[in-house]
Ligand binder design. Structure first.
Ligand code: UVW
Length: 296
């Protein structure tokens, strides 16, 4: 979904939605951009029961225990309230550094079992991920490889592919950027057979170990993809081997964002944008659901 915010005029409503406040032009570049009109790309997937998700994580569940009319106030008002249950790595989400360890060690060398004593990760949990307002770069790999239908299932995106994509687009990666790698697999998200997107049998295209090292060498703040696990998943192997997670989360300190919707950015040829993401500050959690935005 994209939204056009047209704020050409200096007119807006006050905080209570009453009346109009008319401001003069502003020197703030961000506010000026908003006022002149920006396009927002919603990079998050809708959260629905039965959506594709990794079997490694508790499924998304949503119910409505209190319906309108269950409790009616004397003034006739009534409220419906719902409840959700989900793993923090379900739907579009960001992995905190606490998510993955290698040989018992987390990023920076802390022992994973000690770091999670008490059932929470005080040091590397989701609450430590600062909100992001950064330069974003979309690497449209299928466009660079000349495979408009998307990369083949199980295809490993190599450093050469990533370099070729950067060159074709003319978007070098700078330290601190958020780099989103499009494989084209995102088109399967809405397939009624959720196993297609998960790709256990077919495999899923993605960045392999060498590609992850190449990405980390560009010193981005975060790396994301349009797939369920960011990684290249080989046919029949499921989610058992995840070397890019080790490289990025454990060895190099680069956050991973998964299950992104990158199709609209790609369709519009948008390769560079302002990336906005605010994780839920769930104390000590291994990840957080997010709804990232690309603003141009
Ligand atoms: C997978 O589904 C494997 O993703 P995550 O890294 O969030 O566990």
């Amino acid at each position: 979904m994209t939204t056009r915010i047209d704020t050409q005029s200096d007119t807006h409503f006050d905080t209570e939605g009453r009346g109009k406040v008319t401001g003069a032009g502003t020197a703030d570049p961000l506010l000026r951009a908003v006022r002149e009109g920006v396009r927002i790309y919603d990079l998050g997937r809708p959260l629905t029961i039965g959506m594709p998700q990794s079997p490694n994580h508790p499924p998304f569940w949503h119910s409505l225990p209190r319906r309108h009319g269950d409790m009616v106030r004397p003034d006739g008002g009534s409220a419906a309230n719902d409840i959700i249950v989900m793993g923090t790595h379900v739907g579009t989400h960001i992995d905190a550094f606490a998510h993955v360890s290698h040989e018992g060690r987390l990023l920076g060398g802390a022992a994973a079992d000690e770091a999670s004593r008490g059932g929470r990760f005080a040091e590397l949990g989701a609450h430590t991920i600062a909100p992001m307002l950064r330069r974003g770069v979309l690497l449209d790999v299928p466009a660079a490889l000349g495979t408009p239908e998307g990369c083949e299932p199980g295809y490993e995106i190599t450093p050469e592919d990533l370099e070729k994509t950067v060159e074709r687009q003319g978007t070098p990666i700078a330290p601190g950027d958020v780099v989103l790698v499009r494989s084209g697999w995102g088109r399967h998200f809405a397939n009624p057979d959720r196993n297609v997107y998960i790709g256990h049998e077919s495999g899923v295209p993605g960045v392999g170990e060498a590609g992850a090292v190449w990405l980390a060498d560009q010193r981005p703040h975060a790396a994301g993809a349009d797939t369920i696990a960011f990684e290249c998943l080989k046919p029949g192997k499921g989610h058992s081997v995840l070397p890019a997670h080790r490289v990025l989360l454990v060895e190099r300190g680069v956050y991973i964002i998964e299950t992104l919707n990158l199709e609209e950015l790609a369709a519009d040829g948008v390769h560079e944008f302002t990336f906005v993401l605010s994780p839920l500050p769930i104390f000590g959690a291994t990840g957080s659901p997010v709804r990232p935005l690309a603003v141009v």
